[in-house]
Design a protein around this ligand. Structure first.
Ligand code: HEM
Length: 553
């Protein structure tokens, strides 16, 4: 029954208490985003030489940035959306509500403790290496306690989503999960594993800080495990949200059928674990054969994301062509671009293409040791963290928050330009950052003047990073702020976005309609990857550099 209604209708029909939980979680997530973006701009301004602060303050900005935005913004939003969509599957609301509220409470307390730990004591950066506080164990306490509570929340909260999804089956009201239900189930399972990995990584530090456990010698290895999960999970979430949002904005479902979508979603569980090998590329004694195997396996990690991308683009393309779309790209103009969520998805897809090209460069065994400790890394991964994942999460919130009883979206005509402005800033930030990386500018180093010995170009590139970073931060703050306004109680109706979507779901697709844009995009990505790898090798050979091992991302 629920499946005959649109997503906004299903969200609007959820019980009050569930809508309150979703609003509370969205408010906390957006707060973490605001804190994180402000600290990110501060870091960019310090690195660009536009703000002069002591080194410790620079690292504090970077710590607050990484902790608030990577751990709390990404994961509180994901869990909120997971719960909301799971509750929508059958429209009857959440199962095990008290557990969901308790888990949210733990995550909120975690944010508070992590922030307190980040602004006091030694700035630990977001990986919280205990090595930095060997003589000061107490400095690790609040920081690790925050992450551990988040980890516990991530283990408990998805349980409510899982039971919500399975309940109708247990009651004999459903024989199989829908494609979205299945994807949510896999996403929830992956979150539980990640929560456990976070506990496994950060609890030993608490015990050491309290004087009841040994020094956590294996923190580095454990961090790689939790980190590997934590940066692929948001990508899986992105793809699931594209799938749902395309349905909400255009009415289009996959033309390949539910079963194929389920296979693609389950591919994440198969492909993500073995790809963790590339985090070992910086180990000095790594045998060549492991390097080659690592590079090959790393390529696989993009398989589910690219396949899901192909399904979504092809489904949209054949429907848009049936609506009269012409030319290789002409059909794209028929998409509902007036809705801010659509522009956010458009910007997210383009950012993902850029991110993938440079990720392929970085996972090559021979380039990784040369680039891994340079600004190449933050230069390319912001295409994923800002452009792809954060844009998609915001797109989803822009649909969910007005639907669960908040205000209509604030000024959609202004908001719809923000993803493009953010993408423009990101292109400057990314291009300057990646070039800086090729030129050897180190990451996580606040002052790169090296007694005025550093090349002048380094400073110009970091200045461009600061300018591009400020533009993308401003656009992101306006976009998120406009969406956050929907958390306020409803007032007089303003510009509703309901009329900005299209409804192509009921239209039959003309037989023989072809879809080319998906495969063409992938060809372009692969060609660009070859070009930038070749540029990397050429540049590296011309630089007077040698590489040695160091920490991963
Ligand atoms: C929108 C404005 C943003 C700006 C201006 C910004 C800027 C920066 C800068 C300058 C760095 C420091 C790089 C270094 O010195 O090594 C950095 C690191 C980082 N950023 Fe951002 N960022 C932004 C958004 C985001 C978002 C949305 C995310 C994640 C969702 C994110 C995740 C990270 C992470 C994980 C690091 C690495 C931290 C570390 O190495 O300890 N950033 N960012």
């Amino acid at each position: 029954m629920a499946h005959t209604l649109t997503y906004p209708q299903r969200l609007a029909g959820l019980p009050d208490t569930d809508r309150r939980l979703l609003k509370g979680m969205a408010a906390v997530a957006l707060l973490a985003l605001f804190i994180g973006v402000l600290a990110g701009v501060a870091t960019a301004l310090v690195r660009g030489g536009l703000v002069n602060v002591g080194m410790a303050d620079g690292y504090r900005f970077l710590t607050v940035h990484g902790v608030a935005i990577f751990f709390y913004w990404l994961f509180t939003t994901q869990t909120a959306l997971l719960l909301g969509l799971a509750a929508c599957e059958h429209g009857k609301g959440l199962a095990w509500r008290p557990l969901a509220w308790t888990a949210f409470g733990l995550m909120l307390l975690g944010l508070f403790l992590s922030m307190a730990g980040s602004v006091s004591g030694t700035p630990l950066l977001y990986n919280g290496s205990p090595e930095l506080v060997r003589d000061n164990p107490r400095d690790l306490l609040l920081f690790n306690a925050g992450y551990s509570l988040l980890g516990l929340g991530l283990m408990l909260l998805p349980a409510s989503a899982i039971v919500t999804l399975l309940h109708p089956r247990w009651q004999g009201q459903q024989d199989k999960l829908s494609a979205v239900g299945f994807a949510l189930f896999a996403w929830a399972g992956f979150l539980v594993v990640t929560g456990f990995a976070a506990l496994y990584t950060f609890v030993p530090g608490i015990l050491w800080a309290l004087g009841v456990g040994p020094f956590p010698l294996s923190h580095g290895t454990r961090w790689h495990i939790v980190f590997h999960n934590m940066h692929y999970l948001p990508l899986m979430a992105t793809v699931i949200l594209w799938y749902v949002l395309v349905q909400a904005l255009t009415g289009v479902k996959s033309v390949f059928g539910e079963r194929f979508s389920k296979i693609v979603f389950s591919m994440y569980l198969v492909f993500v674990p073995p790809t963790s090998l590339y985090h070992m590329f910086l180990e000095p004694d790594l045998p060549q054969v492991v390097q080659v195997a690592g590079s090959m396996l790393s390529l696989f990690v993009s398989v589910p994301t690219l396949t899901a991308f192909l399904i979504i683009v092809a489904s949209l393309e054949v429907h848009a062509r049936s609506q009269g779309g012409r030319g290789l790209f002409g059909w794209i103009g028929l998409l509902p671009w007036r809705h801010p969520a659509m522009s956010a998805i458009g910007a997210a897809v383009l950012s993902m293409a850029f991110g993938l090209v440079f990720a392929f460069v970085l996972i090559q065994g021979q380039l990784a040791p040369l680039l891994s400790d340079t600004f190449f890394v933050p230069g390319y991964f912001h295409f994923f963290t800002v452009g792809t994942v954060s844009m998609t999460l915001l797109a989803a919130l822009s649909v969910v928050l007005p639907a669960i009883g908040g205000r209509d979206l604030w000024k959609p005509r202004v908001l719809r330009w923000m993803p493009w402005l953010a993408l423009a800033g990101l292109l400057v930030f990314g291009a300057a950052g990646i070039t800086a990386g090729y030129m050897g500018v180190p990451r996580r180093v606040m002052d790169i003047s090296y007694q005025q010995q550093a090349p002048a170009l380094w400073h110009s590139l970091m200045l461009a990073v600061a300018v591009g970073g400020s533009v993308m931060a401003t656009a992101l703050l306006v976009f998120a702020g406009g969406i956050a306004a929907s958390l306020l109680p409803r007032k007089q109706p303003s510009t509703s976005v309901a009329g900005m979507v299209v409804s192509w779901g009921g239209t039959a697709v003309k037989a023989g309609t072809q879809a080319w844009v998906g495969p063409v995009s992938i060809l372009v990505i692969v060609a660009a990857m070859y070009v930038f790898s070749a540029v990397g090798f050429e540049l590296m050979q011309s630089l007077p550099l040698s590489a040695s091992g160091g920490g991963g991302h």
